[in-house]
Design a protein around this ligand. Structure first.
Ligand SMILES: [Zn+2]
Length: 487
């Protein structure tokens, strides 16, 4: 699948080591150290106060919900939680960081040494070790207005709570990175701690890539790819960067540690700056924030109210609902889809349900680009439609028509069927009457059929569906046609 595989096919004695730093914007009501709203608004500098704007002399107060969300992330990634952890200042100058430092966690982060399970390109399970997860604040945003020749600063985002999830360089292909990011994003969305929206930057990843000769004890020099906000771009950038590094080394050059950006138009990475070492930031413990002291009772209480996680739901969809692994995986990959299925199932338990969700509902969502939670056909209505099919009230052809209408109009399938008089024609005597009339009208075709042109059976069933306006019970039509044609 990937170009990078072909690079490695050309240089089979190389291997790739990729570590990820993922920033997860926490969906708290207020910001991390003040009571300003944490909901994005269009009006620049409208959700700010002296604390998040970095005025001197103000005192930050930690938002308890940030700690709770970080603990949830720790529990969901099998991490060790440091009951005693603290905030540090990381110094650097940016126009959108008026304080001149970012409040983050240094040597004592809230959690360390977790892992995330992923599938490798060949479908095997692999554990990606997490170095740490820490809490921190986001910076504001610089807006470069080239037309006016000026730059503007919007501090609405300053003080937005983040957790940064840092992995070890255990990932070895673009495919593994994709699988890792999907799993992590799904987890934070199931936890309800992040919107997962990559376009808005609520879930964004920095990628550290190095290459080395297989068997080498030391890692190669890494390059960092900054803030790429789609799975596709990340995969493309990794492939490009792996090739660039190997070819540089093969040509006798050396990879230098630097931060690179991905140019989505030119399809290549370019150098932004040489990478700072940790020493450049002059980390020290923030004197304005007391250490975070947690108790095991607190952790247990958070654990008790954690929502169900994707891998638990996956197992339950198979054991409790009887779905296949493939079906369960599709549902789990989007929490809203899993919710939709389970809600419909609660109203009407049916084997047909999964097919209708996967084929018809998801087909409609994809085609119309509407998220499943926003479609007019609510789960209870799909359940109603399937109950109507199974009770024989409508046949599957009519069901398709009803579905196509209800998913746009939001009218209940039962009402739609009653209003349009679509209930299945089930009465044998009535169907038989129509069969007899039809055969009388088409004596020529009947004779041809009886003379051996059995393909004409399709003609008769088609005519029956036309005459009954699609309402005739297909099984009964077949039986009765056979009875009269073959007699
Ligand atoms: Zn504020």
């Amino acid at each position: 699948m990937s170009n990078e595989n072909t690079v490695l096919a050309r240089y089979p004695d190389y291997e790739v080591c990729i570590g990820m730093e993922v920033h997860v914007q926490l969906a708290t009501k207020s910001k991390i150290f003040c009571s300003c709203s944490n909901v994005a608004v269009a009006q620049a500098n409208s959700t700010i106060c002296p604390i998040c704007s970095g005025y001197p002399g103000v005192l930050p107060v930690l938002n308890a919900q940030v700690v709770e969300f970080a603990v949830m992330a720790a529990l969901a990634t099998n991490s060790h939680i440091n009951l005693y952890n603290e905030f540090s200042r990381k110094h650097y100058f940016y126009p959108d960081l008026p304080k001149g430092y970012q409040v983050t966690q240094g040597e004592l982060p809230i959690c360390e040494n977790g892992f995330v399970s992923i599938k490798t390109d060949s479908g095997e399970d692999k554990k990606i070790r997490l170095f740490r997860i820490h809490m921190e604040e986001d910076a504001g945003k610089n807006i470069h207005d080239a037309a006016q020749g000026r730059s503007l600063v919007d501090l609405n985002r300053a003080g937005t709570p983040l957790i940064e999830i840092v992995s070890y360089p255990d990932l070895s292909s673009a495919g593994e990175v994709r699988s890792y990011l999907k799993s992590l994003r799904n987890t934070v969305m199931y936890l309800g701690i992040c919107s997962g929206n990559m376009e808005d930057g609520a879930f964004r990843a920095d990628t550290n890539i190095s290459v080395r000769k297989k068997g080498a004890a030391e890692l190669g020099v890494k390059c960092e790819l900054k803030n790429i906000n789609s799975f596709k771009f990340i995969a493309d950038a990794i492939e490009y960067e792996v090739e660039r590094q190997i070819e540089l080394i093969e040509a006798g050059g050396r990879v230098t540690q630097q931060t690179r950006l991905w140019d989505t138009k030119e399809h290549k990475t370019y150098s932004m700056r040489s990478k700072e070492g940790a020493a450049d930031y002059r980390y020290f413990t923030d004197p304005d924030l007391p250490p975070v002291c947690l108790t095991q009772e607190y952790i247990d209480a958070v654990a008790a109210k954690m929502p169900e996680l994707p891998d638990v739901l996956f197992a339950r969809l198979i054991s409790e609902y009887g779905l296949s692994e493939y079906e369960a995986e599709i549902l789990v990959s989007d929490k809203s889809v899993a919710d939709y299925y389970q809600q419909a199932h609660a109203h009407h338990k049916s084997k047909l349900l999964i097919n209708w969700v996967m084929r018809d509902v998801l087909g409609f969502c994809k085609e119309s680009k509407i998220a499943i939670e926003n479609i007019a056909l609510k789960p209870v209505m799909l359940a109603e439609l399937i109950a109507l099919i199974e009770s024989g009230k409508i046949n599957s052809k009519i069901a398709q028509d009803v579905f196509k209408d209800s998913i746009k109009s939001g009218e209940s399938p039962r009402d739609y069927i009653a209003r349009n008089n679509l209930e299945q024609l089930d009465d044998e005597a009535e169907i038989e009457k129509i069969v007899i009339e039809l055969l009388a009208k088409n004596a020529q075709q009947v004779a041809a059929y009886r003379a051996g042109q059995v393909k004409l059976f399709g003609f008769f069933t088609g005519q029956m569906m036309i005459v009954t306006k699609g309402r005739g019970n297909p099984q009964k039509i077949q039986q009765l046609l056979k009875k009269h044609l073959d007699s």
